[in-house]
Design a protein around this ligand. Structure first.
Ligand SMILES: Nc1ncnc2c1ncn2[C@@H]1O[C@H](COP(=O)(O)OP(=O)(O)OP(=O)(O)O)[C@@H](O)[C@H]1O
Ligand SMILES: [Mg+2]
Length: 384
């Protein structure tokens, strides 16, 4: 691997070394304006750039270099870059930005590059589990369920979780999760789809926690015109290489139908219904749709939401009508959900002891196979 370090003429001379013959290392010093031409002459596999200000002029030169050397990986050494600069750098073709010029930091970037080139990701290995959630009828609670399931899974910091809102045109999953605005939405991802990889996905997704990310729908209709089924499929496939759990809030538009029909994408479709005749009738239509798409009934999970003692239909009536056993029953908990929406905090975080949150936690324990440790009676009583 040929590594070129390009730095400016002033005092940027990190003491880096790379062992030959695996690595050939060349230092090149020059003015920013010379960057593309000087580096191009060496045809390197990896370009390290350091010692420059984080400016648009730098990104312009990097973009030129990246276009001329599409196979080379460009790593920028830049202390404390702003998030907006990071994103522009990724768009300009930078593979990674590292904050330090220490040997260990650079070695880490080189190792990640090699893992990407030779590791399972280049063979499109899929690591994540993909769960689609759909309401039988509008308002049955699919968004509430997908948001809280995701937030509960993400309580385990070792699991990377992504929520994609495909409840088009105007999804609202963020209402159940956060008050913070998102810098990028689904349409932005579609626009970047050609260059999207794990690093760019990480930078563009909204970070609710370090391991918990969200992609919202656009707030207006016009950007949605760029969102195509093929873009969304590619986005999900890339996401599945980089997240342990990808949860999708689905609707019944062309894009969701495309996702539903793909034979190898969804590990499970969760159909959320409430116990009333119009919802159950719609649930039966969706089950028929799922079967007509030749998807296995074994990967369909029926969830009865907003259960109360006074529900219109009994569970056994619903199961008999649909020919499917309910895999979960979630209680109605109006106060908890209203509070959650008002504060923009997931119900499972805001009221972990509510019946609703406990039902979600039990579901997640089964999904992940990781039962959360029971607190002892002493802890619960506040004695230990
Ligand atoms: N188990 C529950 N207990 C109390 N309220 C609930 C419950 N589940 C959902 N809700 C409330 O019902 C309303 C509709 O829920 P949600 O937005 O999740 O439905 P949806 O199926 O996504 O609807 P849409 O078709 O509009 O996308 C919300 O105000 C939500 O807080
Ligand atoms: Mg919804």
């Amino acid at each position: 691997m040929h590594i070129v370090l390009f730095s400016n003429r002033s005092a940027f001379e990190p003491s880096l070394s790379f062992e030959p013959p695996t690595y050939q290392f060349t230092r090149v010093q020059g003015l920013l304006a010379e960057l593309p031409v000087r580096v191009l002459a060496y045809r390197p596999d990896l370009v390290l750039i350091g010692g420059f200000e984080n400016t648009d002029a730098l990104l312009e030169k990097i973009e030129t270099l990246s276009a001329a050397l599409p196979k080379a990986a460009i790593v920028l050494i830049a202390a404390s870059p702003e998030p907006a600069f990071l994103l522009r750098a990724m768009r300009a073709g930078v593979r990674e930005v590292i904050a330090s010029d220490a040997q260990a930091a650079v070695d880490g970037a080189v190792a990640r590059l090699q893992a990407r080139q030779h590791g399972p990701q280049t063979s499109q290995a899929r690591a994540g589990r993909c769960l689609g959630v759909m309401p039988a009828k509008g308002g049955d609670g699919s968004t509430c369920v997908v948001a809280n399931l995701a937030a509960e899974i993400a309580k385990n910091p070792g699991l990377r979780v992504l929520v994609i809102d495909l409840s088009l045109p105007f999804g609202d999953v963020e209402l159940f999760l956060t008050n913070a605005p998102a810098a990028h939405d689904l349409a932005d991802f579609s626009d970047e789809i050609e260059r999207l990889d794990g690093a760019l996905l990480e930078v563009m997704a909204q970070h609710l926690a370090p391991n918990f990310h969200l992609i919202q729908t656009p707030q207006t209709l016009e950007p949605l015109l760029h969102v195509t089924p093929a873009c969304v499929e590619r986005l999900i496939r890339i996401a599945l290489e980089h997240y342990d759990h990808v949860l999708i809030d689905l609707g019944l538009d062309a894009i969701s139908l495309h996702v539903l029909g793909l034979p190898d994408l969804l590990d499970q479709l969760v159909l959320v219904t409430t116990a009333n005749v119009p919802s159950v009738r719609r649930a039966s239509q969706i089950i028929r749709l799922w079967e007509s798409l030749e998807q296995p009934t074994s990967s369909l999970a029926l969830v009865i939401n907003r259960h109360t003692s006074g529900s219109d239909l009994s569970h056994s009536d619903i199961e008999k009508t649909l020919g499917l056993r309910a895999s979960r029953v979630l209680p109605q908990d109006i106060d908890t959900l209203q509070d959650s929406l008002l504060r923009g905090v997931p119900a499972v975080t805001l009221k972990p002891r509510s019946d609703f949150a406990k039902s979600i936690a039990a579901w997640v324990a089964d999904l992940t196979g990781q039962r959360l440790p029971e607190t002892s009676i002493w802890t619960r009583l506040g004695i230990k």
